[in-house]
Design a protein around this ligand. Structure first.
Ligand code: ATP
Ligand code: MG
Length: 232
């Protein structure tokens, strides 16, 4: 699925003395099936940008088209958008709220109205991708796990929905180098298999350059540069 962003502006606390322009007139296009690295210094607007792509944040102005459909219009069905656009937050501890690992990962696919068999299959597969042993962890509370494990489970919850557009905000923060490489490699494999559109957010070019088709570089709320890793 494609993404088209036109003249996007996002201001935090609009109309107050604390108003802060976090996205400053961004226009860009991402083609169906592209694997994008979204990079930039801390505070450059990466998280603010992607949270608008599934309607979590409402743009101050500008347009966002997902597969040609304008998602900034009033009355848009956000549930439908979120089935297409899977977003793993930067702080995934906020994304886990069920009492067991199984329920947390199954939450998304359950909302898709899939059969129990299919849900089980997807949960197992997603946990395998993120390197979490299904039998060992399925009945554990996500809150008893380490930050790295919680991150893996949050990623699994989104993967289990098999979204056409997959957005991961610093998915590997807090993981050791081995865990980081393994997860990124699995996400790359999955992308090859499903040809989904992927946006990988990172403040490290090094981490993503070897994986992605194209890099988009943010600086102070603007997308200042785009190209293949070699070009950038
Ligand atoms: P990082 O690499 O640290 O995650 P980022 O590129 O994701 O950074 P954003 O979190 O999108 O950056 O923040 C962009 C700008 O918006 C920053 O200047 C930040 O201080 C500001 N900002 C972010 N969240 C809020 C908020 N809830 N209220 C006010 N300002 C905010
Ligand atoms: Mg961020």
């Amino acid at each position: 699925m494609s993404i088209k962003i036109e003249n996007l502006v996002y201001k935090y606390m609009t109309g107050t003395p604390f108003e802060k322009t976090a996205i400053d007139d961004v226009s860009l296009e991402i083609k169906d099936g592209e694997f994008i690295g979204l990079i930039g210094h801390t505070g450059s607007g990466k998280s603010t940008l992607i949270q608008q792509l599934n309607g979590l944040l409402k743009p101050t102005s500008g347009k966002i088209y997902i597969d040609g459909e304008d998602i900034t219009v009033k009355g848009i069905n956000l549930k439908k958008i979120r089935q297409k656009v899977g977003l793993v937050f930067q702080y995934p501890e906020y994304q886990l709220f069920e009492e067991t690992v199984f329920k947390d990962v199954a939450f998304g696919p359950q909302n898709l109205g899939l059969s129990d068999d299919e849900i089980l299959k997807r949960v197992k597969r997603a946990l395998k991708i993120v390197g979490i042993d299904f039998e060992k962890y399925k009945d554990k509370s996500p809150f008893d796990l380490s930050g790295g494990q919680r991150r893996r489970i949050a990623i699994a919850g989104i993967l289990a929905m098999e979204p056409k557009i997959l957005i991961l905000d610093e998915p590997t923060a807090g993981l050791d180098p081995k865990g980081r490489d393994e997860i990124l490699e699995e996400i790359r494999k999955l992308h090859k298999e499903y040809n989904n559109t992927v946006i990988l957010v990172s403040h490290s070019m090094e981490d993503v350059a070897k994986l992605v088709d194209r890099l988009i570089v943010m600086y102070k709320g603007k997308n200042i540069l785009t190209g293949t890793p070699r070009e950038v």
